[in-house]
Write a protein that binds this ligand. Structure first.
Ligand code: SF4
Length: 303
């Protein structure tokens, strides 16, 4: 039996749902019930009322958020090594130090953070709603982490003082993009539209036609009348873009922009994870309650 058939058989036996992030391998996206960005996937996990098991083909913090928002479900991460490097750049101890240094300054945490850190924050945000969240806060200064580039982008858009914590947090995949690569691509593909993620550097963002999260990039490309696009985010997104727009051409702004943590999920690992129901993500109740409050506040502020 093909591995995809084995996965589908187990899935229906266990009333499981497979959710995959936009950066997952093409075959993982194809077998998933739903493909999206981190927060879309957490919402989807909630919407899947009959699912007892949620197989989260993504990285650690995404599965953690899904477990926090869906305490009644069994959330599985197929590969425990799928750890986002950015998340590790802001520990809870560091966050507490920053809070002591800036008392009364709200802490806005990108969802790319540990559940423990979220529990110490006032509100969470995604790359799609970071500007909206900071805008909505009744404060002219915020602490924002862990991504420095997203903090800078939010400061540009809101005009508020956004203090990056830590000062140099970054995504190792998105810092690989360079303005020079984009300019070279533009010369080669005249008329192509450039869409990049806000985790990219300011130079790269300024050289793009559109800056947005993965789901916003998908909506931009779907709605655009342009025929060719240069995409500045993890290359896994190209599969979804091409699938949804077979008549359009999508090129990576840099073909080496690969998130290794995302690529650790393979079909075999997905199958084993579902078969043995591992590794279940369990967040201690106290931390989960406080992290949920920060995630819920994000939803309240953004509607
Ligand atoms: S692309 Fe960057 S931010 Fe996203 S999971 Fe990979 S390392 Fe983390």
């Amino acid at each position: 039996m093909a591995i995809s058939d084995k996965i589908n058989k187990l899935k229906s036996e266990k009333q499981a749902v497979i959710l995959a992030h936009n950066y997952q391998r093409p075959e993982i996206q194809d077998i998933a019930d739903y493909v999206g960005d981190s927060i879309e996937l957490s919402r989807r996990a909630k919407a899947e009322k009959d699912a007892e098991v949620v197989l989260f083909a993504a990285v650690d913090f995404m599965a953690e958020s899904a477990a926090v928002l869906n305490p009644e479900k069994k959330v599985l991460l197929p590969c425990v090594g799928s750890k986002c490097s950015m998340v590790q750049m802001l520990t809870t101890e560091q966050l507490r130090l920053w809070k002591r240094r800036y008392p009364k300054t709200p802490v806005v945490l990108y969802v790319n953070s540990l559940a423990e850190a979220k529990a110490e924050s006032d509100v969470c945000c995604t790359s799609a709603n970071a500007v909206q969240v900071v805008d909505a806060l009744d404060a002219e200064r915020v602490l924002f982490g862990p991504d420095r580039n997203l903090a800078e982008y939010v400061a540009e858009k809101t005009g508020k003082e956004v203090i990056p914590i830590p000062p140099q947090g970054f995504c190792p995949t998105h810092i690989l993009f360079m303005k020079e690569d984009i300019e070279a691509q533009r010369r080669e593909h005249s008329g192509a539209k450039v869409a990049v993620h806000p985790e990219c550097s300011k130079d790269v963002r300024n050289s793009a036609d559109f800056v947005g999260s993965t789901s916003q990039i998908c909506r931009y490309a779907n709605a655009s009348t342009a025929k060719k696009f240069i995409i500045g985010t993890e290359v896994g997104i190209l599969h979804k873009l091409r699938k949804e727009n077979p008549q359009k051409v999508f090129l990576p702004a840099y073909g080496g922009a690969i998130c290794n943590a995302m690529k650790l999920t393979t079909m075999e690992r997905l199958y084993q994870s579902l078969k043995e129901e591992r590794t279940q993500i369990i967040i201690p109740k106290g931390i989960a309650n406080r992290a949920r409050r920060a995630l819920t506040r994000m939803h309240d502020l953004t509607g």
